[in-house]
Design a protein around this ligand. Structure first.
Ligand code: PEP
Length: 253
């Protein structure tokens, strides 16, 4: 774990207006530690990202997009180009969030197209996988692997994988107030790391960050962060509040 910098990512979804964004960033300004100690990112709607890049220019906070299209440009009305995201200064992009898979028909294959498009444009993907522990349990005694991880990473090279973060978010834990237990989260993260070891190598698998997401709060984050394979948290509800966001950053660092 020593070689992986912990990572806290807020996911605001579509829950803030312009004034809320300004207010939040003003409240956390100067209070987020250096990125060598802990990385922090905030995912917001595209229309706020440029302003957020400007507002965080002197801050270690990374600006994160919540989605991206798989083509760099062209006739795709309503989509966001990965090239344009890079151009405005976004650093990371969430890809394959459960809500995108559920409400917007994202599949393993579109997730994979988006991951390769992000990497090709110098954006760092945070790939959400939401397979259930019960699915994993069937494979525990066989060769365990996480199908969504393998599908998302098709064609991703050994050099590129270092820029990838994986987030394990069990669907039942997202926005439900019921987080996975630290033990469940660790088991899933471990299976994801084993999958990375099979796809790349054990050495490379140790370099990739794996986050847990799903009803994380300052109350349960500490125990989750003690787990060997968990390198950070992806937080929706609790991270809407600047005080809780800063508490989470302190716990994770
Ligand atoms: C999320 O949407 O990625 C998430 C983890 O939400 P919450 O923290 O509200 O469960």
């Amino acid at each position: 774990k020593a070689q992986r910098v912990p990572f806290v990512v807020a996911n605001w979804k579509i829950n803030k207006l312009q004034a809320d964004v300004v207010d939040f960033l003003a409240q956390v300004n100067g209070k987020v530690p250096d990125k060598r100690v802990v990385e922090t990112g905030i995912a917001a709607q595209d229309l706020f990202l440029s302003d957020m890049v400007r507002a965080t220019a002197d801050s270690p906070i990374h600006v994160v997009a919540e989605n991206v299209h798989w083509e760099d440009n062209g006739a795709y009305t309503g989509e966001t180009s990965p090239r344009a995201l890079k151009d405005i200064g976004a650093k990371y992009v969430l890809i394959g969030h459960f809500e995108r898979r559920k409400f917007f028909n994202e599949t393993d294959s579109t997730v994979n197209l988006k991951v390769t498009a992000a990497l090709r444009n110098g954006l760092r993907p945070i790939i959400d996988v939401d397979e259930d522990m019960s699915t994993y349990a069937q494979f525990m005694d066989a060769e365990p692997s996480v199908a969504q991880v393998a599908a998302a990473l098709a064609g991703v090279s050994v050099d590129q994988i270092r820029n990838v973060t994986i987030a394990y978010e069990p669907t039942w834990a997202i926005g439900s107030g019921e987080a996975a237990s630290a033990d469940q989260a660790q088991k899933a993260a471990h299976l994801i790391r084993q999958t990375l070891a099979k796809l790349y190598s054990p050495v490379i698998a140790e370099q990739v960050r794996i986050l847990y997401g799903g009803s994380v709060t300052p109350n349960n984050a500490r125990e989750i962060m003690l787990q060997k394979d968990i390198d950070g948290v992806l937080v929706g509800t609790a991270a809407l509040d600047p005080t809780q966001f800063l508490q989470l950053v302190e716990i994770v660092r």
